[in-house]
Design a protein. Structure first.
Length: 201
């Protein structure tokens, strides 16, 4: 007899720029927790202020592209810890096996440095950002869709990094959505001061 069907995980990358918007991380966290009651939720962090600091350090102090790449990926790990601090009951993991064990309930947040260092799937250049990292992680999981949560609305062509079309597996659909749209997907009210949004927006 076949067991119960396991819902396909929802794979999202939460943009680091959201950390600079007052209240945005808590608005996103509430949506993630609501979504995780219905299906497994996997979050891949952006780089945000941590990656921005790497850019400044490279410019002002000096660092090779190799060093800057791994420093920026470590910045994603830092942002993963920040997200986990905002998402109640979040599960912070650093292996694909742990990601594959994601179940409905707690939100799973991926700290990618350990896996990225071992697999080294992307070029070491600023054309590659956390968007491309999220795409290769989603591809490694066999996901069919990746949602990029951004501060502003747009498409992957206008908002994602230049390397994403190469990093994205052919079978992976990528789309961008705002915090408001994410909350609509979760069936929640929009952030204060914003009009309601339909889940398909």
């Amino acid at each position: 007899m076949n067991g119960p069907l396991v819902p396909e995980p929802l794979v999202l990358k939460v943009g680091g720029a959201l950390s600079g918007v007052p209240g945005a991380l808590d608005d996103v966290a509430e949506a993630l927790v609501a979504l995780a009651t219905r299906r497994p939720v996997i979050v891949i962090p952006g780089g945000g202020p941590f990656a921005d600091q790497v850019r400044r350090t490279q410019r002002e102090v000096g660092a090779t592209e190799e060093a800057a790449h791994w420093m920026a990926v470590l910045g994603m790990d830092q942002y993963a810890h920040l997200l986990a601090d905002h998402v109640p009951g979040a599960r912070l993991v650093d292996t694909l096996d742990a990601l594959r064990a994601t179940v409905t309930g707690p939100v799973t947040i991926f700290a990618p440095y350990r896996w990225m260092r071992a697999s080294d799937p992307l070029p070491h250049t600023w054309d590659v950002t956390s968007d491309s990292v999220a795409a290769v992680v989603a591809g490694a999981l066999g996901a069919r869709e990746l949602l990029l949560v951004k501060v502003v609305s747009g498409t992957p062509e206008t908002l994602a990094d230049a390397f994403l079309p190469v990093a994205r597996p052919a079978a992976l659909s990528v789309r961008c959505l705002t915090t408001k749209a994410l909350r609509g997907l979760a069936g929640l009210a929009p952030p204060p001061g914003e009009a309601p949004v339909r889940a398909r927006d």
